[in-house]
Write a protein that binds this ligand. Structure first.
Ligand SMILES: [Zn+2]
Ligand SMILES: [Zn+2]
Ligand SMILES: [Zn+2]
Length: 127
């Protein structure tokens, strides 16, 4: 294998590109997205400068134990440059649903929601 071929192979394994985002893994609180992209954090594609749209590709959902894991990639619409890999997890524990998101572009977040119609914690804050 030629040296340049080895380098090209390594490039394929780069799944994140921090040059295209304003902030790496920004804290998003409880906003968990299993689709779309957080364009406000897109600094612009470092290769072609496009920053109004990214495409979502290779979306896949797998079951890992009790967790449902959705992953996809954010690619530049203009030049197909790979910007980030998005991971979204969902699982149920006891009476609660758990959500978790991790993405260089969209950020990191987690959320918990009660499966019951009346969330006792919501009632506690209301009254
Ligand atoms: Zn980039
Ligand atoms: Zn681009
Ligand atoms: Zn994302």
């Amino acid at each position: 294998m030629q040296l340049w071929e080895a380098a090209a192979t390594q490039n394929v394994n780069v799944t994140m590109c921090k040059d295209c985002v304003k902030e790496e893994f920004p804290d998003r609180g409880s906003i968990c997205l299993d689709s779309g992209a957080y364009l406000a954090n897109l600094n612009g594609c470092k290769l072609c400068g496009r920053k109004d749209r990214v495409q979502v590709v290779n979306k896949a959902t797998t079951q890992e134990g009790d967790q449902e894991v959705t992953t996809f990639q954010h690619k530049c619409e203009g030049c197909e440059h790979l910007i980030a890999t998005h991971e979204y997890c969902f699982w149920v524990e006891e009476d609660f649903q758990y959500y978790e998101m991790s993405c260089l572009l969209c950020g990191e977040s987690d959320d918990t929601r009660s499966c019951l119609p009346d969330d006792p914690r919501m009632a506690a804050t209301l009254f």
